[in-house]
Design a protein. Structure first.
Lengths: 411, 411
């Protein structure tokens, strides 16, 4: 199993400013890994507004069930996340583990269990021994500090090769606010969900309902637009918290309030930043691929076709092999099942049009197309030639390292 | 690119008896490969009944368009198949190539162009130079012999590591008839289609309509129940021919005629034999996997769940790593989108029940489960616990060799 950092990793991490009203701690609770942190706690001084999105899996993890129930209250005092064990498909033991963790966390943060949020990531099907959190969480609560965002991102990693952090600023009604976010995920990443795990916080004063609206609006073009391997996790969770500590900013309770326009743009940019960091750390990834479909019958049809291309093992292995094999893009358009006319189809790799009107471009140059394929970041565009529908999906290549990582992961 | 024969290959080939009324020839036309045959011709002495099924791709190859048009006539005198070039996504040049090939083949076989059937397999998007067939087909017509079935299977291989042949006997109305078939395919193999290429012939006297009915009935449990990589080809074609030469057997024209019961069973067994040979030669395959889903809400739901498991890169890499990682089976059931109740789910690897009632089996033994995973052939069973729906899908593991083969294929 490879442990080298993805060649697509960011060259540096942005300095993460503190968010007033929250503190962070990490610890090594010995859930599975040796010699690294595996639990992260985020404590809110007062009740923060909270919004969330979760996996659409029919077999969700116990923490997902737990968060869904608490989200109705719209308020959070503490978030506890562990890596090394997903507490998924663990039956009654799973619910018992979330209950025990919530009780321990509520005592540590001196809050109600209904203000606790939980997430777990790692192996599926192994019972999670929540008693390991017993002494740990209260110590963490005492030691928590505002400036540990990068440490937080490290503690929740599994097969990730680098921590994922992002920050943005925005103005609401003339008041400057800050948005920070972290994410984890490298495999079992597929669209139509939230993501593996992502946690976003802001000092803005914004109600849970308004925050939920903005979060839901942003997920389509960010976390739901990425796929590493078409495999949707049992544990996908994105949670956003607003502490309301930005000085002099009046609470905004309507997600459509024009005062949130700048904040919305910043939030969505932050979400896309984190989502693309997940793709760039796709298990075994050596290439980042943007799949852009235009000219489809509808946006929905374009989305289906773009996912068909982005999830095709043959397209992804061709990218890994730096092979401008646009025939496989034709195949993926054809198998998508959406309306397509072979003889109107056009395909580009980067700026090089390789196929047009249902056959190879008359000006096709293997040399130019191959040069595009040697880049770290490749855009594949397919124009269906039928309508105005368009969609963009982000993915990575499929390499031998993906197979190696996932053949060895559990053992 | 690996060239070793799949470890799952049959240990020997069955002797292929001649089918009265047809002869076979192969040749090296230099389409793409050096030092091997790449064109196969099957000539019928008289018009044979013909039935066919084709890819559901929205971007079908030119030969698929050509066969669909001629299938309406229900009669065949000659079949020409080439490997090395799929003549797919080749625009007007593709239709011109099929027209020229058909003309050359009709002259060679002394028949109408409407009695010609064509198939091509190989690279997509490269124009096929059909002028290469000019002298070749007439020579082949003169040299064709009844006993070249294994040679025919070899001539149509691309990334296949072994030729795929099968034979069965059956009785119709007390008369013994023979069924032979060949197939090719190792990658770009996915359900909901016919297969890469398969050609079946019999000396039975059976009308085109009846043959079509039997072929269509058989495809669900055979070619449409296999997947190597979830990628549906542009060229999938299965054609069945009946020469009607079985001595003393009256023509059967109704596919539901009880006299066809034994023939139907033999045809369907032959189709499944060939389909499983394709899975066993899946690109890079080291394990053959049978995915069996029971207890789903309906057969359709079971089929969707079984395909979700069989196409999951994480399940397939776990099998490659001999890892009894049933958590990934839970994931694949959950992402399928069909009704599932996490707490009723049970999962088996071989005869070992690893999970029950939504958690790990109380009697789970890593040792026994791992022993199953070391076998060449593995059955994964998931019981959804909701109804009577069931389905079986056949697939293979996902190995580094798959990535190597498909990163290098075109170049």
């Amino acid at each position: 199993m490879t442990t080298a950092i993805s060649p697509l990793a960011p060259k540096s991490y942005p300095p993460m400013p503190p968010i007033d009203g929250l503190r962070i701690a990490t610890a090594a609770a010995g859930i599975k890994y040796k010699g690294r942190t595996d639990v992260m706690m985020m404590i809110f001084d007062d009740q923060a507004s909270v919004a969330g999105l979760f996996t659409k899996s029919k077999c969700p993890s116990a923490p997902v069930d737990f968060c869904r129930a608490n989200l109705a209250g719209g308020k959070a005092r503490v978030l506890v996340v562990n890596s090394g064990n997903a507490n998924a498909f663990t039956g009654k033991k799973g619910a018992e583990a979330t209950a025990l963790t919530a009780r321990t966390a509520a005592e540590a943060a001196d809050c109600a269990e209904s203000d606790v949020f939980l997430a777990s990531t790692g192996v599926i099907g192994e019972p999670l021994d929540a008693s390991k959190f017993a002494g740990v969480l209260s110590t963490m609560a005492g030691e928590a500090k505002p400036d540990l965002w990068l440490e937080a991102a490290k503690a929740i990693m599994t097969t990730d090769t680098y921590p994922k952090v992002a920050t943005r600023g925005a103005e609401i009604d003339g008041v400057s606010v800050t948005l920070n976010g972290i994410a984890k995920g490298a495999g079992m990443i597929a669209p139509d969900m939230a993501t593996m795990l992502s946690f976003i916080a802001t000092d803005a004063a914004i109600s849970a309902e308004a925050l939920q609206q903005l979060l839901s609006e942003g997920v389509g073009a960010s976390f739901n637009a990425v796929t590493v391997d078409s495999d949707t996790s049992t544990s996908d969770t994105v949670l956003a918290f607003a502490t309301g500590r930005a000085p002099g900013q009046d609470m905004v309770t309507d997600g459509s309030d024009p005062r949130l326009d700048d904040f919305r743009a910043a939030l969505h940019a932050l979400m896309q930043d984190l989502a693309l960091q997940i793709v760039r750390d796709g298990e075994g990834a050596r290439k980042m691929v943007t799949v852009r479909v235009t000219g489809a019958e509808s946006n929905r049809a374009a989305d289906v076709i773009a996912r068909s291309i982005a999830n095709s093992p043959l397209v992804k292995t061709a990218v890994a092999g730096e092979d401008a094999n646009w025939g496989r893009v034709v195949m993926a358009v054809g198998k998508a099942g959406e309306k397509a006319d072979r003889d109107r189809l056009a395909i580009w790799f980067g700026d090089i049009r390789v196929a047009v009107n249902g056959e190879r471009d008359p000006d096709y140059s293997e040399e130019f197309a191959s040069a595009v394929m040697r880049e770290d970041e490749i855009t594949i565009r397919a124009d269906i030639g039928l309508g105005e529908g368009q969609a963009t999906i982000y993915t990575c290549d499929l390499t031998k390292e993906y197979v190696a990582i996932n053949g060895d992961y559990r053992s």
